[in-house]
Design a protein around this ligand. Structure first.
Ligand code: DGL
Length: 265
């Protein structure tokens, strides 16, 4: 008997969290997933902490009212505020930065780059959580004010995408030319991992989505709350255009959504 009831909530400022929902679908196929993306207000990464927390509370309330047993904040930017948001809700909230930092620390990588939103980099959350586990790792971050917003439009052929990738990574390599590993520290970025590889094929990119999905699974296992033996549903709710989400889910080879609807947030 499962103790906690409800769906797994997955939330992001926009389409990026689909990269995490994909991994949850893969490792927990019996779970119902309720995805929420706030594309009307994306990008979050250029906003203040207060604005990001308020917008995130809206999404968490929406999920809570529909019954969730755990929420994966599939957004690095929002995850830097996980300790601020957690006390307001009675369900477990799993961020993405901590599992990602734990992965870097145990991988033995000693020099790592971080591409993320300006907010994520400015908080120093990645540096702090990696250094708690391994103070010898050198982290070089660069925040992009543009990339999450460009990706969230759902048009991946824009020339600005590759131009922005080059600007960010050239900056990181100018600070530390020995870096071989770069964290895709914004969940929108794995959607355009092919662009990153095209621009800098010599770099190994770290996509933390699987680490976060594993953290969700561990929480459900520890609480005896894994879903029953049935095909899990996949519902998308967005303040943006649901069709963009359906197309991105297809592009990254997810299971087809059961429904995709527009909501006001
Ligand atoms: N996917 C979000 C992240 O991981 C994008 C942030 C934004 O909306 O700026 O940081």
């Amino acid at each position: 008997m499962s103790i906690l009831k409800g769906s797994i909530g997955v939330m992001d400022s926009g389409i990026g969290g689909l990269t995490v929902a994909k991994e949850i679908q893969r490792i927990l196929p019996h779970e119902d997933i309720l995805y929420i993306g706030d594309s009307a207000n994306c990008p979050y990464g250029n906003r203040t902490a207060h604005e990001i927390a308020e917008l995130s509370r809206n999404m968490l309330r929406y999920l809570g009212e529909r019954g969730v047993k755990v929420v994966a904040i599939a957004c690095n930017t929002i995850s830097t505020l996980v300790d601020v948001l957690t006390p307001d809700f009675d369900f477990k909230i799993v961020g993405i930065v901590a599992p990602s930092a734990a992965y870097v620390a145990r991988s033995g990588i000693k020099r790592v780059g971080l591409v993320a939103t300006e907010f994520t980099v400015a908080t120093g959350n990645y540096d702090k959580l990696i250094h708690q586990l391994d103070p010898t790792v050198q982290v070089t971050g660069k925040g992009s004010p543009l990339l999450a917003g460009l990706v969230d439009r759902g048009d991946f052929n824009q020339q600005e995408i590759n131009t922005e990738i080059r600007t960010q990574i050239n900056y990181i390599l100018s600070k530390d030319s020995e870096i071989q590993h770069i964290i895709l520290g914004c969940t929108h970025y794995p959607i355009i991992e092919a662009n990153f590889r095209e621009c800098f094929p010599e770099i190994t990119y770290i996509n933390p989505a699987l680490e976060q999905a594993n953290a969700v699974r561990s929480y459900l296992e520890e609480n005896n709350s894994l879903g029953e033996e049935k095909e899990g549903s996949f519902t998308i709710c967005t303040s943006g255009d649901p069709e963009v989400y359906v197309q991105v889910a297809k592009r990254i080879r997810m299971k087809e959504p059961s429904s995709a609807i527009h909501i006001a947030l």
